[in-house]
Design a protein around this ligand. Structure first.
Ligand SMILES: Nc1ccn([C@@H]2O[C@H](COP(=O)(O)OP(=O)(O)OP(=O)(O)O)[C@@H](O)[C@H]2O)c(=O)n1
Ligand SMILES: C[C@](O)(CO)[C@H](O)COP(=O)(O)O
Length: 223
């Protein structure tokens, strides 16, 4: 059976406001190199043939070029300017995807994704049309109500990570919709078109570096 090309759209077009640093968090160094370089390396380790599309803030394209030079970073990737939201950035990345393909969308700030999870997500998406990485919550969960809050059974919930993998035609069709506030990830966009989302087990190490204390964890995981 002929295999279809695999793309990874690595979204790194955000400003990292919750990190409260001037440098966008995807460029902050962990274990001596920018977070985004760790992320790209994980996809390259999965498959050196994967077509890497890295989405960056328009005004940071030259910063990234300089960082690649400084760190002698040679892994081949295409760069695309991002949008004002994650939705817009994924959409811009998708414009570079051609023909029949499988597409993984991954946050540039999840540098500890492991190769086995990337593989499982691509494999499941090739069978089911989509596959979304998620883990079970470790804490108890309470739902906010008009009266206060109430306990809910946590075994009814999953915490969603990336990569989120799709057949290209399914993802492209979904991203033709107008953006909605409740589109917090790619699964929520695709689900709106009627697709049933398939979950693949993720890892607790696959953190999204979001707030300052995540950098402490990141240094530990990178060791
Ligand atoms: N306009 C945007 C916004 C976000 N992202 C990317 O989506 C991923 C997850 O988003 P998040 O952690 O929220 O990143 P930021 O938007 O940068 O952070 P913040 O919300 O704290 O500003 C990140 O890799 C981020 O760079 C993007 O490509 N384009
Ligand atoms: C896509 C995502 O990482 C899945 O958990 C998450 O929804 C991104 O959310 P954010 O609001 O951009 O941090």
């Amino acid at each position: 059976m002929a295999t279809v090309p695999e793309y990874a759209i690595i979204v790194a077009g955000g400003s990292g406001s919750r990190m409260q640093q001037e440098l966008p968090k995807q460029f902050i160094e962990v274990a001596g190199k920018p977070i985004l370089m760790h992320t790209i390396e994980r996809f390259y380790a999965y498959n050196p043939e994967v077509r890497l599309i890295v989405v960056l803030p328009q005004q940071q394209l030259s910063v990234w070029r300089d960082l690649c030079r400084k760190h002698d970073f040679k892994l081949f990737h295409m760069t695309v300017p991002g949008g004002s939201t994650r939705f817009g950035s994924v959409k811009n990345g998708l414009d570079a995807v051609q023909g029949e393909a499988l597409v993984a969308v991954h946050d540039g700030v999840r540098p500890f994704i492991d190769v086995a999870t990337i593989r499982a997500a691509f494999e499941a998406a090739s069978v089911h049309g989509n596959a979304v990485v998620a883990v079970s919550p470790k804490d108890s969960i309470r739902e906010l109500t008009p009266e206060g809050s109430q306990a809910v059974p946590r075994d009814r919930y999953k915490l969603v990570q990336t990569p989120q993998c799709f057949k290209a035609n399914i993802l492209k069709r979904a991203y033709e919709q107008p953006e909605e506030e409740y589109f917090t990830d790619d699964a929520s966009v695709v689900e709106q078109t009627g697709e049933k989302i398939v979950l693949v087990e993720g890892s607790y190490r696959n953190i999204k570096i979001t707030t300052p204390e995540d950098l402490i964890l990141a240094e530990a995981f990178a060791r």
